[in-house]
Design a binder for this molecule. Sequence first.
Ligand code: 3NM
Length: 216
Amino acid sequence: MPFWKSLLNDIDFYLVTDSGLSRKGTLSDVKCAVSAGCKIVQYREKDKTTKEMIEEAILIRKICGDNAIFLVNDRIDVALAAGADGVHIGQDDMPIDLARNILGENKIIGLTVHNTDEAIEAERKGADYVGFSPVFDTTTKKDAGRGVGPDRIQAVKTIIDIPIVAIGGINKDNCVSVVENGADSLVAISAIVCSDDVRRETEYFIATIRKIKQNP
Ligand code: 3NM
């Protein structure tokens, strides 16, 4: 059984890399987050060549080891070349059933969804988790659209059984509402990679999320 099968149901804080925003670089961010206890890392890179991405992804694979699930955003080729545990794809990327044909049953596929219909479809087609977005307004992804508000997570939570990862405009001030509304995990890109202490911020998010899950 792949090591991630049990980890995926136990993720709190989810790191997504962003080399454009990062203060100390992607590899430093991954090292700090994993050493702080982050159990899932997504390599999201828009500005590098395929060769550069594969080289960096191989290093991230090593940092994650068996302590953190390692996924690649969009790029199934890079994920396979680097021995990642799977991919995260969007609604306009490769259809999930075709991605599954390429990756097989032992890899994770996460899919971004924006509403309950897309969430039901994602689970039906075999997604291992959904990324629900955008919860709040964000400037990190220019075409993300307006935030829908954390209460919309509740509707998704009641209709699917796979984990829900919330994303979009999440920070230390609003993360409690995200988990209280049913998110299993959350991404906070700028709140983490723009900080001068990624380890400390990751620890804060993990502790906050766990506290709410333990005392719902
Ligand atoms: N995807 P921040 S929003 C990568 O809506 C990404 O699908 C989104 O960054 C979506 O935490 C987003 O800094 C960026 O707001 C989230």
